[in-house]
Structures are given as C-alpha cells and as structure tokens.
Design a protein around this ligand. Sequence first.
Ligand code: SIN
Length: 290
Amino acid sequence: MSVQVQTARGNLVVEPSESGFGARVTGVDLSRPLDGETPAAVKAAFARHGVISFPDQPLNLDALEAFTLQIGAFGEDPFIKPMEGRPNVLELRREPDEKATNFGAGWHADWSFQAQPPAATILRAEVVPPLGGDTLFADCAAAYEALSETMKAVLAPLRAVHSAARPYGTKGVFARETEKRTMQIITSPEAEKTQVHPLVRTHPVTGRKALFVSPVYTVGIEGMTEKEAGAILGFLFAHMTQPQFVYRHKWVKGTLLMWDNRCTIHFAEGGYDGHLRVMHRTTVAGETPV
Ligand code: SIN
C-alpha cells in the first residue's frame, strides 16, 4: 500500500513493490536540501523497503554528493579509480565496444570485506542502454526469516570470512582480464586480506536479522573446512537468490536508487553489448556488523 507524507514542498509518495521489498519514492526534489519531514520519511522508506528508487532526479555531481551527505558520511571505495576531482564518486561506465563482463556481475553486498562496510550505496543512471542493464536485489532479511528455526540455530554462532581477493586480488578476475575495460580497476595484494563478520547480522535501525554473505566476497566460515563452509554457503546463496526474494530494478535515465548493503545483495545484469551505460555511484559509511 502506498504511503503519503505531507511535506513543506508537497506530497512525498512511497509506492512499495508487490512484495514490499523495493519501493518508488516520488514528490521529492533531491537536488535541494531535504527539509521538514522529508529526511525522516526517506530514511523510514529506506529502512522498510531496503531498496528505494527516485525517478526523474536531474542531479549534477555536486548535488549527488550533497544528497549522499544528507544520508550519511561518505564510505571508502577501494580498488576503483574515482572520478577526476571527485574522490567519493565512481563512474560505472561501459562503452558500446566493451566485451569484458559488466561491472558488478556477481551477487554481493558492497565492500563487505571492510571492517565497517558501507550502510548504503547510491546509484544514479546517467545513460541507460535501450535493453538489458537491470540491477537485481535479493532481500537477505526475508531470506533469513524463511529458514527453519533449526537452520537459524545452526547459523547463529557462525562467523563468515570476507575478502576482495576473487575480484580484486593479484590473481583475481580483474587481474586476469584481457578484454578492454573503461573503468580503472586497481588490483592489489591488499585485496587478499580477510575480514570476519557475523554470518547473520542485525539491522541497526529495524532490528531485523539478515544473512550477511555473498558469492563474490564470502570466502569461508571461521573454523570450518573449505568443503564444510562451501556446503553451507552454497545452500545459502541458492536460497537467498530465489525469485521470491528478488526485486528487479529496470533503469530509466535520471533515476536515483539507494540500497541497504546491510540486508540486501545485488547483481548487475548485462545484456546490453553494443550500447553505452553510465552510472554515478557513491557509498554511505556503515557500522561494524553485529
Ligand atoms: C554495482 O554497484 O555493483 C553495480 C550496479 C549496477 O551497475 O547496476
């Protein structure tokens, strides 16, 4: 059911998807400072729906940065060269002649290998291809809640091991890549470091528990053999990404999307070879997962 909030500048409307995971927010101009009821309404929609989209937001990069800072401090983006003069903005750009796999083409929560991974990511569509290029999101809280009480009890004490090695390590996917890529990826031995987090984390705002693992960045489970961890993680990855937990975002130029990395994972779908796609991305700093 859609929710309307009367603000000083009109009516802010939140229209959830059928499942309630993912929502569209209209009646707000993100190029101006959010005032009155608006910041609380935006944050409430974000907490409730995990992924929120704001159509028709013609923001320049200054405005994108200013909006981000109203949500929280910038996060730290490693392994990718940021835009010139904009240390906190990444341009996700794929040229029509690029054959390399599109960036983000594996399920992940952003930078989960950091000690304090980003709470949110903000992505604004600058150039949208005429086909393909959707972003898929999985609801990791709903996926957790759907598990049996027995499985929840098994997972409760577990700590998952995260690392950036698979994509960004010196022997990782990007290091081995031979095809042209416009985005400048910086592979590094730094990526081989590991970070342990609870496998099930509690959202600091909603109190909901969510699975906090992903195929791209979760490389093991503390105290388990590779085979043991692989069996549990393999089951969880398949479970989390079932259609009933997935929201598919279809992009329109000028839409700004904000997702919660604490309770979602996402996957950037390709399917637009021969066409330009340009997105601008910022992250919002997060907290130590508990
Ligand atoms: C990402 O941030 O993982 C990429 C998302 C996208 O390009 O759709």
